[in-house]
Design a protein around this ligand. Structure first.
Ligand code: SF4
Length: 312
């Protein structure tokens, strides 16, 4: 219920059911907390990975989904409050999917007063023509999209390309790579593109998907459905998402712990001989209090509970 609606209801309710001022303000307080948390998480990721520097011109990729709207919204706020000066330019690639509401994003961006560029490229027809019926279209579609966005970034003079992937996307990718790719590899918050010409940043790398979903609702973003191409959402990603969701439900805080593990990598305790010189290991002759007690079982502090306490 909106704050105004709650206030209105209070006026008409019998005295015993009237809401206190504090109860009326609760939705607003929750929204403020959510905004602060999202901005703090994004700000922290930006600082940790030095994502934004003085004079940057950032191309913000806007698909019309909740995450990219949230990213733009947060970056606009940070642009006004950050200690560095940077520019934003929103870019949407209209792939000419049937039913794509072409006016929604230009109208929204014009209303916000954000500089933007809509790139019209009919990749939908190409994909439909080239990929045989019943085969998955996402690989070719993503490749075409990537090439176009790199080109547009060059034409617009963008120094960074911002994508709206969040913490849960990163963890899903980690498990997809482990389960199906045989690799311990997630999705980096910052990277150099495969053509070597651009820097991609993911300012939402620390943000939780459920916060972004709540923020999209709070802000009433004009979300464009993501299934217009008619492609089935990738089944494997869906399964991993479900698995992580169930896990978090049963053991609150575990997702956060998992994410922290990506920031606490111990190559000497994995098994990649390219990362650690196992072959050259020799006794040092000196005791190390933090060293490995090879014969003792590992002791775990409940990191998940500690993280949850920190957050609250
Ligand atoms: S879901 Fe549709 S738009 Fe997205 S990558 Fe796959 S084919 Fe392209």
């Amino acid at each position: 219920m909106s704050t105004a609606a709650a206030a209105f209801e209070t006026m008409n309710a019998p005295p015993e059911t009237q809401l206190t001022a504090r109860q009326v303000d609760k939705p607003r307080r929750e929204a403020n907390k959510l905004a602060k948390r999202l901005r703090r998480d994004a700000g922290q990721a930006i600082v940790d990975f030095n994502m934004i520097e003085e004079g940057d011109r950032i191309m913000v990729c806007l698909s019309g989904g909740k995450d990219s709207f949230g990213m733009l919204d947060i970056l606009l706020y940070l642009r006004e409050h950050a200690p560095v000066n940077f520019e934003l330019i929103a870019v949407n690639l209209d792939q000419k999917q049937p039913g794509f509401p072409a006016d929604v994003l230009p109208d929204y961006l014009a209303r916000l007063g954000v500089p933007f560029h809509i790139e019209n490229q009919d990749t939908y027809s190409i994909v439909k023509r080239v990929v045989p019926e019943g085969k998955t279209t996402c690989a070719l579609c993503s490749r075409l999209r990537r090439g176009i966005l790199y080109r547009v970034a060059g034409e617009l003079g963008a120094t960074k390309i911002a994508l709206g992937h969040h913490r849960d996307d990163i963890l899903e990718t980690l498990f997809l790579n482990m389960f199906f790719g045989g690799k311990l590899k997630a999705m980096p918050p910052k990277l150099v593109t495969d053509d070597g010409r651009h820097i991609v940043i993911r300012p939402l790398a620390y943000c939780r998907e459920k916060d972004l979903a709540a923020w999209a609702e709070e802000r009433g973003f004009p979300i464009i459905p993501c299934d217009l191409c008619g492609s089935q959402e990738q089944l494997q990603r869906k399964q991993v998402k479900l698995m992580l969701g169930e896990w978090e439900k049963r053991f609150p805080g575990r997702i956060e712990t998992l994410f922290r593990s990506l920031q606490n990598v111990v190559p000497s305790h994995l098994a990649d001989t390219r990362l650690y010189d196992f072959a050259g290991l020799r006794p040092t002759g000196k005791p190390d209090p933090d060293g490995d007690r090879a014969f003792d079982p590992e002791e775990f502090k409940d990191t998940a509970s500690m993280i949850l306490m920190e957050r609250d």
